[in-house]
Structures are given as C-alpha cells and as structure tokens.
Design a protein around this ligand. Structure first.
Ligand code: GAP
Length: 453
C-alpha cells in the first residue's frame, strides 16, 4: 500500500517541535550531530508518559511479566554469540563524485541505473557490508580483548540474564522479561527526523514459552500491541500489519509481523513482533557453556524455551504521536476575526502537560492565591503548568500548541464575588472542543485523573 507523502505537514511538525521545546538537534550550537536528538521540556514529558504507560500495561498490570534494566556497555562475546558482530550490517556504497556514503538498498534508480541521491552521480563503488554497531574500549588497554559495544538492542541483556531472572523471580512458563532503554546503531543514512537515528530507545518484551505455544502467542502479542497503540491515540485504521514474508525473515524466526503507521513521509515500521524460536538462548548457552534451559516440574522435561518478542521504538512512537496529534483549524474569536488555531490533540494519557492553571488577572492577589492553591492540589498527581501572563485567550492558545487537554481558569466566580453558589468552582476548558464548563475545585482531581490514567 502507498501512503501519500506530505512533506509540508512534516516541515510544520518539525518547526513546532523546535519552537515549543519538544525536540532539538543534539550538539546544535556546534553544528549538530547527525542522527542524534535531544528532547526538550515538553518532549521529555511526552516520552516519559509513553514509557510509563508501556511499563504499566506490559509489566505492572500483568502477573506473567517482570522488568529489568541492563547495561548499555556489552561484552563482545554476547554480540558475537547473538550474531551481531558478524552479520548486523547494511550494504553500503560510496559515491565517487561527491564522496557521500549511502545505503545500497535505498538508492534511487533512473532508467534502471542506480544514482547518488545527493549529486545524481552514477559512479558508485561496489556494495560492501557496514557493521552498524558502535564499539568502544574498556579501560586504558588497547588490547582487542578490551573492545566492548554499545548495545544495538536491549534484547540481548534479557537473554543473557534469563537464568538469573528465572531463579530470582520464580516464574513459570509462559512468562516475559521487559526492558526499556537506549540502543545505538551507526545508521548509514539516519533520516526522517527522529524516525531513524543513531541513538534511540527501545521498549522490548521477551516472552518465553513452550515451543507448542509459540504461534498462538505470536498472534496474541500482535493483538495486545495493536490495542496499546489505540490506547495512546493512534487510530486502528492508520496502523497496518505487515506479515513479513519468509524471504525477508531472519532464518531462525517462525513468524514476524511489522506494525506500521501512516507517517507523513509514508507507511513505516513502529514495532516488530517476532517469534524468535529458541535461537537466542541456544546461541548463548552454546557460546557461554552455561545452561539456559528450563525445567518443567510437571513433565520433568528440560528444554530451551521459545520466545516471542514485541520490540517497539520509543522515538518512533513519540513521532507518530506528534504526527497524529498535529492539527490546524480556522476559528473565529469573539470579535468575529478568524485565525488559525494550531492544536496538538494528544490523548490525555500521553499529553506532556495535563492542565494549564490560569488566574484570570495576575494583578488580583486573591485570584493568584487561589490559582496557586489549585496548582498545589493537582501537582502531586499530574504535570500542571501555571501561567498568568497575557490575555486568557492567548494562554489557552499556547496550551493548545503544547497539547494540554485541560485549561483551568480561576475567575471572580471562583471567589464567590458574583454568585455565592459558584464559590470554589472554576472554568474547565476542553482543548479539542474548546467548550467550557463550571466544575467544583473538590471534583477536579477525580475528573482529570479519570481522563489521564
Ligand atoms: N530486538 C529486535 C530488534 O531490535 P529491530 O526491528 O531492529 O528489532 C525494533 O528494532 C524497533 O526498534 C523498530 O521497530 C523501531 O521501532 C526501533 N528502531 C530500530 N532502529 C531504529 C533507529 N535507527 N532509530 C529509531 N528507532 C529504531
């Protein structure tokens, strides 16, 4: 399926992300580091909410999954056994004209001849494999034994710690080990903003099972993961499931699905759900000489468990959330003037700021005091933003652009000056409909918590 590219929309999103403090280029004041990004104040909250929700549904709300947090620096032997040292590579060519290094499998063709996308040159070197792992040196020694890698995926530390977790968490099959953390790949062509970068985060689950349960659990986890995306605001109709054909699947995998999303730059992978059989544990058992098998108390059999792996990218999902949320609409103000409202329609669960708290006027001490009280009431429960500067309409607009689902205004009614019956009520404004209602302060926590959790 081809999805229409919309570079203009993407440009607007990138510009908003910088202007509002979601995402910045890493090392920007020194010219930037290609394929590396920093998250600003709003971006870090969005990313944290996404990871927290993943952890909640994948670990805390389940009896059959435990978590771990492995090291980034990885022993060379781990990535030798997993196959990464020998085969984790992309085919690469160099353009002899402009010296650009390119991925051989992504070159545009003209009249059947491959071309350099930078200069149009056709004088390209032969394709050769380029290993994507970042290596480093442990300690002061220059000995090849001192080589270690920055992990290219979080999964391997889960396999390597399988026995320790099994022994300490005392789980029975089927059970999973989950991890969220950084991974590093020296991508030849980092592109599409934070979609393909050199430093990124993954949310991975390795779900261990008996061999006969594998295919059923593969479909179970695909369904769970689709529900997850719907629950954070990515509609089902924009998610596509690709059944990876036999020819493209890793040789050890019995089945793999890619979950793809309609980004403004096309249909692209968010997550892979793969049935990896017993490949990884067998590799590590053989290479380390340490048993990584499972003893089934009921059947008294020993075997290497099989594994299903839903592996999602944090940064890609953040980008999908921003792309999905971005909206522009024409609105008319009280004076009949129309203007464009930019609004990020995040699901309240992932929105970086849950509520803006506004005293109607900053020069009225009683309004300010009450607004600070409301801020203090909500703060332990959620991220709120206090703003007293500018006209109230402008303050609403600023929060619309940040994707804040609720605005709370403390006005003269709150103080009971106009109608004593309205004392201790506030105006609750809804971002998407812009509708306003009066709500008692004592009901605010309950109302907002049910929307954001
Ligand atoms: N353990 C399996 C594994 O790592 P993968 O398909 O290579 O599989 C899983 O990666 C997910 O990690 C991808 O679906 C994507 O969301 C994310 N990912 C991979 N490479 C990435 C990159 N260079 N930049 C951002 N995210 C990436």
């Amino acid at each position: 399926m081809t999805i229409k590219n919309d570079p203009q929309r993407m440009e607007k999103i990138v510009s908003l992300c910088k202007r509002r403090g979601f995402i910045f280029q890493a090392s920007e004041i020194y010219g930037g580091l290609n394929g590396v990004w920093d998250y600003g104040p709003l971006g870090v909250e969005l990313k944290r909410n996404l990871k927290d929700y993943w952890w909640r549904v994948m670990v805390r709300e389940r009896d059959d999954v435990v978590g771990m947090d492995g090291a980034i620096l990885t022993h060379r032997a781990v990535l030798k056994a997993s196959g990464h040292e020998d085969t984790f590579s992309d085919p690469m060519v160099d353009c002899r004209t402009c010296k650009t290094r390119l991925r051989a499998d992504q070159l545009p063709e003209k009249n059947g001849v491959k071309q350099c996308p930078s200069c149009g040159g056709k004088d390209l070197t032969e394709a050769r494999p380029f290993n994507l792992m970042f290596s480093t040196q442990i300690g002061a020694s220059a000995d090849p034994d001192a080589i270690a890698y920055l992990r290219p995926e979080t999964a391997q530390s889960i396999f390597v710690q399988f026995k320790n977790v099994l022994d300490t968490a005392r789980k029975k099959l089927p059970f999973g080990i989950a991890q969220i953390g950084k991974a590093f790949r020296n991508e030849i062509n980092p592109r599409n903003y934070i979609f393909r970068s050199r430093e990124f985060e993954q949310m991975e689950l390795e779900y261990f099972c008996r061999p006969e349960e594998g295919m059923k659990l593969l479909d179970y986890w695909l369904e769970q993961r689709l529900k997850f995306y719907e629950n954070i605001g990515l509609p089902r109709e924009k998610l596509h499931v690709l059944t990876v054909p036999d020819s493209d699947r890793a040789f050890y995998s019995k089945g793999t699905y890619d979950i793809e999303y309609e980004f403004p730059f096309g249909l692209q992978e968010l997550e892979g759900v793969a049935y990896r059989t017993d490949y990884d544990l067998t590799q590590h058992q053989t290479a380390s000489g340490k048993p990584l098998d499972y003893f089934d108390e009921e059947t008294k059999a020993r075997f290497i468990p099989h594994v299903i792996e839903p592996s999602a990218g944090v940064d890609r999902t953040v980008l999908a959330l921003i792309c999905e949320a971005y909206d522009e609409e024409t609105v008319t103000d009280d004076k009949g003037k129309s203007e464009t409202r930019i609004v990020l329609r995040f699901h309240p669960r992932v929105a970086p700021i849950k509520a803006g708290v506004f005293p109607l006027l900053k020069n009225q001490a009683a309004l300010v005091e009450k607004a600070r009280e409301v801020q203090a009431l909500l703060r332990p429960l959620m991220n709120v933003f206090y703003d007293e500067t500018g006209a109230i309409g402008r303050r609403y607009r600023r929060q619309d652009e940040a994707g804040t689902p609720f605005g709370i205004t403390i006005d003269f009614e709150t103080l009971g000056e106009r109608d004593p019956a309205l004392r201790n009520t506030v105006t609750l404004r809804h971002r998407d409909s812009m509708e306003q209602e009066r709500v008692k302060i004592e009901e605010l926590c309950g109302r907002l918590m049910s929307a954001i959790s």
